[in-house]
Design a protein around this ligand. Sequence first.
Ligand code: ADE
Length: 233
Amino acid sequence: MKINIVSLFTGMFETPFSDSIIKRAREKGLVEMSMHDIRDCTTDRHRTVDDTPYGGGAGMVMMPEPLVQTVESIEREKKSISILMTPQGEPFSQKIAHELVDFDQLLLICGRYEGIDERAREIIADREISIGDYVLSGGEIPAMVLVDAVVRLIPGVLGNDQSIEHESFEEGLLECPQYTRPEVFRGKRVPPVLLSGNHAEIEAWRRREALKRTRVRRPDLLKDLPLTERDEG
Ligand code: ADE
């Protein structure tokens, strides 16, 4: 998968994309990342990228010309999608991460300042995504969030493909509690069923605990979940 990032602050991506899972994915050749600085498409001496809003008001708006030029200078793969990171976009989710992993190319556009010129938005964005109902200083951190969530779903990126299956949200539920050694820590015991070696019982316990946790912490997730007879009991 190719990932192209359009931003005014391309340096922000250096560390997050040079460590851990994303680093490994790049080294294995499973993802190829490139950054595109919008200022490289300016034509004036000051490399201007923003201007005051028509109609007045506070703040600055990103000008359409350098932004659209930057996006249009990027070579597109056959199965490619451009995504504008904006608090006005659709809320990001594990479901959207799964949709995006099917593309050969993600072109992520990071806005800054009070927003981007509406005409540029119409021209360059196939989809608009928000990472939550709060306003960050720009789309860079949201783009990192999206990249992390998508890259770890690319087959071969995680060592063990099973590790995705039971994660939070994959089955519409939060994940069940996890334990490792020691068996007793500060007087707290690992639930005995996990030591029983009875795989059917362990599975049933995990499902029950995942449901319990979801019911308490995120009851909204249960609305859309088809519960089995066993779950209802
Ligand atoms: N840019 C600023 N805030 C954002 C958010 N919450 N999601 C996506 N992009 C943003």
